[in-house]
Design a protein around this ligand. Sequence first.
Ligand code: GLU
Length: 448
Amino acid sequence: MSVKVRFAPSPTGLIHVGNVRIALMNWLFARREGGVFLLRVDDTDLERSTKAFEDQIVEDLHWLGLGFDERFNQSDRFDLYEAAREKLVATGFLYPCYETEDELDRKRKLQRAQGKPPVYDRAALNLTDADKAKFEAEGRKPHWRFKLSGGRIEWNDLVRGPSHIDTSSVSDPILIREDGSYLYTLPSVVDDLDAGITHVIRGEDHVTNSAAQIEIFEALGGKGSAPHMAHFPLLVGSDGEKLSKRIGGLSVKALREEEGMEAMAILSLLAKLGTSDPIEARADLASLASELDFSKVSRTPARFDFAEMERLNAKLLHEAAFDAVVARLRALGIKGDEAFWLAVRPNLSRLKDAADWWRLVEGPVAPVIEDADYAAKAAVLLPEGNLTRESWGAWTSAIKAETGRKGRDLFLPLRQALTGQNHGPEMDVLLPLIPRETVLARLAGKSI
Ligand code: GLU
């Protein structure tokens, strides 16, 4: 069987770590199985969906490295949904209902008061043609429900294991609203059937939809036409709270543009979060694909910890080769060479922080000199020849021996002269990156 999976975001907002986790699981699964990864844009809600969000989703997926093999928009496919609707009406699976929201609400309240579950009573199935004509004459428009079998739906969930839902315990789902618009349930099935989706990998919030959808699959495509299912437990914050509270800051766009996260830091975390595997930095998606194992996913919500992602980010930068980052360094205006990169990378938690180092190397720096005598003595004692990682230690030892200064009195004036600041990077790393003449000029108080 050739595998085909899909990621089906609604372009009504930015995609965030929760969506990315699902996209990633689909992508990795397709990659591991040599299958096809489809991007399905769920834009049937014409009011809330925008082209700008759709473009952003595509950009985010590409930035993450989660490219897709095929793509389509649900908004281009209303003909197919219409045909499915007709088929379901003709076969008696889809039936018109005329209750108003208020009437349904009253029914539910009554059921609850009687200690019954608030499941739709299917009153509309008993409507005669005359009843329907009367409602229509009153100006009522029907909404349409799918008639569930009332039986037990079973599937072997790739994440949750053997799963079942008694459809007698759920209301016949509304597939089409009064205004003729489709809820998500039917178009999703129509597209999964049409595209030949073999595995539906998505969030646990869709488990109850699955029962109805499996029956819709069979009503449209015949017995056994439902794909395999894998439902991932939702992500929660590190405090166990719903992630939605701070989801704005966890959009891919914000993580990239504001937080300076590397794509692989986000992906390394999301691939292993809530699994029995350790969370470790991986430099490429191929490693994550080879390690993918749905049986290791825990059934409890996965905790998303920002600090953990930052740790992975730093780790990836510390190991990143110059070639892999040079284009981005140049885009940040950093002209440093490989030696510069190798010197600063162990000190970075975000790539853009390299710019702080570069500013001190390239200058101009306005030196702060409180004691010109001391600076002049230090200049004389600067080790001869090329400055290296050892030069700072040798230099400050010599100054200490000569002046008797130690601690802050010894170090701070040198830092102030060379960087113009009281705080900043490790001086032993910085010193060899600055040309010797520049070091001497700064000690002499020149802005360079
Ligand atoms: N657009 C739906 C969502 O984002 C897709 C769900 C599915 O994968 O079936 O929740």
